[in-house]
Design a protein around this ligand. Structure first.
Ligand code: 3PG
Length: 307
């Protein structure tokens, strides 16, 4: 009988877990739960029995794959799969999938929410500013970037986007100005919202020259991955520009120093929470178990990312 391990250091909402179990049950699969684990050793023990696995940002590295003797598929319930060692998975004949689009709205709402929180000084009662008529640069126009544009339009922001992988017509059809280079995006924006994945090309790529070129005031909003921002460069820009703020859905490595030096100009969620809504958990969790059932029963490899 197929055993599906749900290994979530940051658990799904209960309704999502119920649905995952229900769909697995209908397929005749058994679900094993490992939630809120603090020790990778716990995962290494329980993964031994699993034929399939659902994770969130949980690390699936060579050690996990070595321990997973029966594993055929890992589904990352979410968009970014930088937590999964794709090469090691391929070497172990394990299919890796993500569930694109399922948590995009939740992440986009957090990006806009952080912008408003910052514009209104953390709701401290002092005069703030408005998003209306501010220039927003969307760095990568995938599912989340597109949704941020939809929401920002409602706030009356002027929206620009850069994404070399998305056709210009797709971006322009949304009433968004498609710019030709990342440099053009940053130098035309008050707000830049990051939606690039973390990979060898993008890590550390949001650097001094881009950040220092932003319009005034400048607000960098990161609901992507902390690794894409060069934190040394960010510190330098924040030192040089009192009009620069950094809002991020996960603490940068130099968070304590940033918070101490620039009070009111940075905001970091205590734990990555962009996708942490009941709705997003349900969408992504259900998609993940459905993809596992379709793969095990019918060999369906739609959404495989290690082809
Ligand atoms: C994603 O890549 O889908 C988001 O960053 C969500 O990550 P999470 O599942 O750890 O909340």
């Amino acid at each position: 009988m197929t055993k599906v391990l749900v290994a979530t250091e940051k658990p799904f909402a209960p309704a999502a877990v119920d649905q995952i179990k229900k769909i697995a049950d209908q397929a005749g699969f058994i679900v094993m739960m490992l939630e809120k684990y603090t020790n990778q050793a716990d995962l290494l023990t329980v993964v031994e029995e699993a034929d399939a696995m659902i994770v969130r940002s949980d690390k699936v590295d060579a050690a996990v794959l070595d321990a997973a003797k029966h594993l055929k598929i890992v589904v990352r319930a979410g968009a970014g799969y930088d937590n999964v060692d794709l090469e090691a998975a391929t070497a172990h004949n394990v299919v890796v999938m993500n569930t694109p689009g399922q948590n995009s709205n939740a992440v986009a709402e957090l990006a806009i929410g952080m912008m408003i929180f910052n514009a209104r000084n953390g709701f401290n009662g002092k005069a703030g500013s408005e998003l209306k008529d501010k220039k927003l640069g969307i760095h990568a126009y995938g599912n989340v970037g597109k949704r941020v544009a939809d929401l920002a339009r409602g706030f009356g922001m002027e929206i620009f986007a850069y994404d070399p992988f998305i056709p210009r017509e797709t971006i322009e059809a949304d009433g968004v100005v498609c710019v030709d280079s990342v440099e053009e995006l940053y130098r035309n924006s008050n707000y830049v919202s990051l939606h690039i994945p973390a990979n060898e090309q993008t890590k550390q790529s949001v650097n001094y020259s881009l950040l220092s070129s932003m319009l005034s005031p400048a607000i960098l909003v990161n609901t992507a991955r902390k690794e894409v921002v060069n934190e040394t460069d960010l510190m330098k820009v924040m030192e040089e520009r009192p009009d620069f703020s950094y809002l991020s859905d996960i603490k940068p490595d130099n968070a304590a120093e940033l918070e101490e030096k620039f009070p009111g100009r940075c905001f970091f969620t205590p734990k990555k929470m962009g996708a942490q809504t009941a709705e997003a958990n349900l969408n992504a969790g259900v998609a993940a178990i459905r993809q596992i059932v379709a793969f095990i029963n019918d060999g369906d490899t739609t959404f495989q990312v290690n082809k």
